[in-house]
Design a protein. Structure first.
Length: 72
């Protein structure tokens, strides 16, 4: 998968006419875990909420997202 590096899916960004922030960016990495959880569960902008995701799966998403923080 070309977007497994946290840089987003360019084809999907083009379809949605958006620019995905890079997962290693300060913009993303400065977000608190609660902010990320809210985005996942409630959606934001063109991103719809993720339905039926468990709290443990959300924690896994946040943990994975933090692996892109090169400033740790």
């Amino acid at each position: 998968m070309p977007w497994a590096d946290g840089q987003g899916n360019p084809a999907m960004a083009k379809i949605l006419k958006v620019e995905f922030p890079k997962m290693d960016s300060e913009y993303i990495q400065k977000k608190k875990d609660e902010e990320i959880k809210e985005i996942v569960t409630k959606g934001k902008g063109k991103m719809p909420p993720v339905q039926g995701i468990s709290d443990s799966d959300i924690e896994n998403v946040i943990t994975y997202l933090r692996t892109f923080d090169d400033k740790k």
